[in-house]
Design a protein around this ligand. Structure first.
Ligand SMILES: N=c1c2ncn([C@@H]3O[C@H](COP(=O)(O)OP(=O)(O)OP(=O)(O)O)[C@@H](O)[C@H]3O)c2ncn1[C@@H]1O[C@H](COP(=O)(O)O)[C@@H](O)[C@H]1O
Length: 104
């Protein structure tokens, strides 16, 4: 099992856990909107680190972003497998070619 699969399974298992002992349970208990807000905050912190070219902080903030992305997905019952399947579907299609093929 990859670390991403393992983390997603841990997050799923935290649904209904004690918010006093689990950060994940605490966040999930506040609802999907709060989880989304937290993901946004962590993304901004990663952006700031990237703009500053602060490599150590960017690595740590990127890990925060990935964790909080998984919490946000769990809050809306979107399985990680669905996201990975979407990435697989896109594999090999350049963003340039995909944009050029759009009709809207
Ligand atoms: N990967 C993480 C993880 N990454 C970040 N965080 C927590 O997310 C919280 C972020 O909160 P804050 O925004 O207050 O923290 P911050 O951004 O560092 O603080 P500021 O800069 O805003 O002051 C911190 O408490 C971090 O410890 C995480 N908490 C848990 N996990 C994983 O989830 C598992 C289950 O954790 P629990 O649910 O707590 O048991 C753990 O074993 C880990 O594998």
């Amino acid at each position: 099992m990859s670390i991403l699969d393992h983390l997603a399974a841990t997050i799923e298992a935290r649904k209904g856990a004690d918010p006093d002992t689990s950060w994940t349970a605490k966040l999930l208990s506040k609802g999907p909107e709060k989880c989304a807000e937290k993901f946004g905050e962590e993304a901004v912190e990663a952006i700031i680190a990237a703009v500053k070219n602060d490599r150590v902080n960017l690595t740590a903030e990127a890990a925060d972003v990935v964790y909080h992305l998984l919490v946000m997905l769990a809050a809306r019952d979107i399985p990680l497998a669905d996201v990975l399947a979407e990435l697989e579907r896109r594999e090999g299609t350049s963003g340039i070619a995909e944009k050029a093929a759009r009709t809207d």
